[in-house]
Structures are given as C-alpha cells and as structure tokens.
Design a protein around this ligand. Structure first.
Ligand code: CAA
Length: 257
C-alpha cells in the first residue's frame, strides 16, 4: 500500500486508486507506487479485472512539472525511463484494465489511461497531451500509444497543439470508449469490468497478449503469436470445460471457475 497509490479490492475487481492532492501529479514516488500496484494486481489470481481511478475530481494532470523542471538531461532520461517502465507495467497487467476518468487526464495522466484496455470518461472530463506548451513532448508513451489508438493524424493534432479534448470529441475519435455523467464514472467502469470478470481468465489473458503483442509486430509474426497462444489453451481445464459444455448444452452456457 503506497502513500499516494492504493490497491482497493472489492470481490473480483481491484481498483488502483491515485490519491495525491491536488491534481494526482505523477512524481517519482507515484511512479514507483504505480509499478508496485500493477505488480500486486497482476500477481493476485483472485483479481479478475482492474480499474485505474483518480477519484471524483481529477484523474491526473500529468507528470509533476515542479519536480521535473530543474532536472538535467541525464536525470530526466532516468526519470522518464522510470515513468515509462511503470506505465509499461500497467499496460502489461494480464487482465482487463479500465481507466475511469473524471476531470483532467493530461500529459502523463492520459498516457497512464492509454495503458488501459478501455477508457470511461465523465461528461466534463478533459484529456490531452499539453507537453508541447511546456516546450517538450509526451515522454511516457504518448507519441507511441496515442497514434496506435486514434491514428497518426489525430494524434499529431493533439500533440502539436496540446489542446484539451472534451469527452464528446474523445468518444468520436476513439479515445474514450464510453461517456457517462460525472457521478457515474466509477460505477460505469465497475459494470464494464464485471462483464469480463467471470470468463476463462487464462484465455482472456492470452487474447489480451495476442492482441497487444500483435499490434507491435508484422502480421505473420502476429499470427504466429496467436496460433501459439491458441494451441497452449488446450492445456487448460477451461478449454475442456468450455467445449464439453457446448457439446452437451449448446453455446454460451459454460460456467468458468
Ligand atoms: N505538476 C505539478 N503540479 C501541478 C500539475 C502538474 N502536472 N498540474 C497542476 N498542478 C498544481 C498547480 O501548480 C497548482 O498548485 P498550487 O495550488 O500549489 O499552485 C494545483 O495543482 C492546481 O492547479 P491549477 O491552479 O492550475 O488548477 P486549474 O484548475 O486552474 O488548472 C490544470 C488545472 C488544467 C490541470 C492545470 O493545472 C494544468 O494545465 N496543469 C498542467 C498540465 C500539464 O501540462 N501536464 C503535462 C505535464 S508534463 C508530462 O506529463 C510529461 C510526460 O509526458 C512524462
């Protein structure tokens, strides 16, 4: 349990809760605590889905500018490497991950949200990559994950201008998956997480890894990755249970552990 990042478990769903007043700025300590939280939820087999949440007011206003401003080149390289590594740990959580966003998700805050599988936004949420206005560029995955998600031209518009994007536009360009009234953001994320929590966990992990790794490689390599995961699932009880249930009871009736 970190000072600024808590893991709260309720049933099969864990919430990684950022809580660093006033804006959940991601300083070096928060980076370390995010990495620890990602390791904790990844390693706990009872947790079947994860929500990343910054509370009712703000998701995260980015890396801590006051901490970063005085750093030199070498120190900044190490700082960015730690933040990237922490966010990679979130992207690598082998379970469905949903970012529940109220208020601002800017800079490193949006980059954290880009590491989730889905993004639920409150109606008045604002997201963006404002680093250009600080004379720098996104340094925690924004130039890589954002274009992969919304395409290069839209990502360039957001990164070149640094403008804040409202929830409705975020939905239209695929940056948000769902927009709900602000007060319902966390519950909407829980409802989404619950949809994925009861399926076969090993198959779900294989699907996530095949999709995410596949997006990083050429099609032939991606198909190799898919086929190897597919075949390996024949070593699981879920495969036997799932196919037996189909043959005995028809589609969609299997109950998984
Ligand atoms: N780092 C450090 N402190 C921050 C911060 C940040 N990223 N964002 C906000 N704060 C602080 C403010 O300095 C202020 O502190 P004080 O009360 O002590 O003065 C407090 O949070 C509240 O902020 P504002 O008074 O500015 O509140 P607002 O409601 O008027 O505006 C905001 C909110 C739009 C989020 C505005 O604060 C803002 O634009 N913040 C900076 C956003 C940004 O540029 N993020 C990118 C950071 S760089 C990065 O993330 C690099 C990377 O990719 C790794």
């Amino acid at each position: 349990m970190g000072e600024f990042v808590r893991v709260e478990v309720d049933g099969q769903i864990a919430t990684i809760r950022l809580d660093r007043p006033k804006m959940n700025a991601l300083n070096a300590q928060v980076s370390g605590e995010i990495a620890a939280a990602a390791a904790e939820v990844s390693g706990d087999g009872a947790i079947r889905a994860v929500i990343v949440y910054g509370g009712e007011r703000v998701f995260a206003a980015g890396a801590d500018i006051k901490e970063m401003a005085p750093l030199g080149v070498a120190e900044m390289a190490a700082y960015a490497a730690r933040l990237q590594a922490a966010l990679n740990d979130v992207a690598g959580i082998p379970k469905p991950v949903i970012a529940a966003i109220t208020g601002y998700a800017l800079g490193g805050g949006l980059e954290l949200a880009l590491c989730a599988d889905f993004r639920v936004l409150g109606e008045s949420a604002k997201v963006g990559q404002p680093e250009i206005q600080l004379g720098v560029i996104p340094g925690a995955g924004g130039t890589q994950r954002l274009p992969r998600l919304i395409g290069p031209a839209k990502a360039k518009d957001l990164i070149f201008t640094g403008r804040h994007v409202a929830a409705a536009e975020a939905l239209a360009i695929g940056l948000a998956d769902k927009v709900v009234p602000d007060a319902e953001v966390y519950q909407a994320a829980r409802d989404m997480a619950a949809q994925y929590a009861n399926g076969p966990a090993v198959a779900l992990r294989a699907a996530k890894q095949a999709i995410d790794r596949g997006l990083e490689v050429d099609l032939a390599t991606g198909l190799d990755i898919e086929r190897l995961h597919f075949a390996s699932l024949y070593a699981t009880e879920d495969q036997k249970n799932g196919m037996r249930s189909f043959m005995e009871n028809g589609p969609g009736k299997a109950v998984f552990e």
